[in-house]
Design a protein around this ligand. Structure first.
Ligand code: NDP
Length: 476
């Protein structure tokens, strides 16, 4: 029988109040692997109340003690890395090897990073001539709502929970209903680690129901949301009139710009990863590749050959490069975009088909011959589908890169460092990688420009988001 996942409220596992359950499906086998609560506003009310009750004691807990407990949670995740990686793989379709290498180690790192960051945090003081001394208190907000997507389930959930509770808040998290398994295991591990009841609450269910109730709850002081741009707009519409602090990490359509003087071996090897890792289901994937015309054909030939060697199949097999897409609905969306690319006049030079087996698999797909105005270059596909477009000079590369409503990340490949800095400065994006991709330092600000988001997380930016700055002015 499939496992029954429960909500985690006030340190206890509870059934949803309405008694309704949703199937959790393994995207690689289409089997139902768990039933999860279809929670509603009553469950959210319970969780918020528990978080509210836990807040005063947790906020007053010395930073060194909060740090110790978060470090214990990090250790517990690390100790269970193999099990968590397996859960992540069967829940999301991602390869077990990627979950082992990327997702779970990063969840450990998130807890360690914020557990120790709070020990080094300092607030400012401003002396006003001989008249006054101002100092800044950074106080936790209270109960915060954390909403995360399915593509990097534990990685992104821990990216929110860790700074939120490290800063002294208590939280109610709503993971994606498509990937509840590692969130559920995290709840169990938080008990083992000794995190007090009510500090972390996890409510499973649909975004439009449980998620919406969380964003509209009057006792929730802030919402940190990662997900699609359209959903993000809805979250903002619900949260803004209630004057909640809001952080939105949204979609991307990221440019990967390759100049003729680049180290082509490196650019191709990295572009294979930045296009197809996690089946292209990473918000930071470089889905629009722009290549200087003199090397365009060589690039397409070599990049296409590399993509054709990738193995699509059983996510649990260590030899597999691409696992399954998250759902039947998402598979349909991705394959529709491949059809649209053909209708828009594009040529499929690699992949292009759904894989003929049970589960939601698509070949790594490369499309050429489309202009930057095409829908396939404008809309987020969030699958293993990239376009390659030639450009003639630096100005055109910049124009192409900036031609969407998104602005999350960009990659530039060149040996000319002056050009690299020059282009980086004018690209509309929150992160620019030069001659690398997904090299992440947890201290740096992370977030998007334009419709890719509002606000920054990462390092002290996260701690600032999860605290209220209060100025205290003392007359001298
Ligand atoms: P969605 O926007 O569909 O969902 C994100 C989360 O929001 C889920 O937990 C979802 O629940 C919930 N949700 C849905 N509707 C509402 C609502 N009305 N109120 C409150 N919460 C709601 O995104 P996906 O899960 O499909 O994730 C993919 C998207 O996430 C892509 O666009 C990707 O670019 C983006 N993303 C951005 C990142 C960044 O850092 N900028 C990082 C990773 C992904 P449910 O699943 O149950 O519907």
């Amino acid at each position: 029988m499939a496992q029954q996942i429960l909500n985690f409220i006030d340190g206890m596992f509870r059934e949803p109040r309405d008694g309704i359950w949703i199937d959790d499906v393994n995207p690689a086998t289409e089997e139902v692997i768990a039933g999860i609560p279809d929670s509603d506003s009553a469950d959210i009310d319970d969780a918020v109340l528990a978080a509210k009750r836990a807040f005063p004691a947790w906020a007053a807990t010395p930073a060194a003690e909060r740090s110790r407990l978060l470090l214990r949670l990090a250790d517990a995740i690390e100790k269970n890395l193999d099990e968590l990686a397996r859960l992540e793989s069967i829940d999301s379709g991602k390869t077990l090897s990627l979950a082992r290498r990327l997702d779970i180690p990063r969840a450990v790192a998130n807890f360690r990073f914020f557990a120790t960051a709070i020990l080094h945090d300092a607030s400012e003081a401003h002396v006003t001539d001989n008249a006054a001394l101002n100092y800044t208190l950074r106080q936790p907000l209270g109960v915060v709502g954390l909403i995360s997507p399915w593509n990097l389930p534990l990685y992104l959930l821990s990216w929110k929970i860790a700074p939120a509770i490290a800063a002294g808040n208590t939280c109610v998290a709503k993971p994606s209903e498509l990937t509840p398994l590692t969130a559920n295991r995290l709840a169990e591990l938080s008990l083992e680690a000794g995190i007090p009841p009510g500090v972390i609450n996890i409510v499973h269910g649909l975004g439009a129901k449980a998620g919406r109730a969380l964003t509209r709850h009057d006792d929730v002081a802030a919402i940190s949301f990662t997900g699609g741009t359209v959903t993000g707009a809805g979250v903002a519409a619900n949260a803004a009139p209630r004057f909640k602090k809001l952080s939105l990490e949204l979609g991307g359509k990221n440019p990967n710009i390759i100049f003729a003087d680049a180290d082509l071996d490196d650019a191709i090897a990295t572009s294979v990863r930045s296009s197809f890792w996690n089946q292209g289901e990473i918000c930071l994937c470089g889905s629009r590749i722009f290549v200087e015309r003199s090397i365009h054909d060589t690039f397409v030939e070599r990049f296409g050959a590399a993509a054709r060697t990738l193995r699509v199949g059983d996510p649990l097999d260590d030899l597999t490069d691409l696992g399954a897409l998250i759902s039947a609905e998402h598979l349909q969306k991705v394959t529709r975009y491949i059809e649209l690319a053909k209708e828009e006049g594009g040529a499929v030079v690699a992949g292009g088909r759904q894989v003929d087996r049970k589960g939601f698999f698509v070949e790594p797909t490369i499309i050429t011959g489309l202009g930057t105005g095409c829908r396939v270059l404008q809309e987020e596909i969030f699958g293993p589908v990239v376009t390659v477009t030639p450009f003639d000079d630096e100005a055109e590369a910049i124009r192409f890169a900036n031609s969407t409503r998104y602005g999350l990340s960009a990659t530039i490949w060149t040996r000319d460092l002056q050009r690299a800095h020059r282009v980086a400065a004018v690209i509309d994006s929150g992160t620019v990688w030069i001659n690398c991709w997904l090299l992440r330092d947890l201290r740096v600000p992370f977030g998007g420009m334009k419709e890719s988001g509002v606000g920054r997380e990462g390092g002290f930016e996260s701690l600032r988001f999860f605290t209220e700055a209060k100025n205290v002015c003392v007359r001298l």
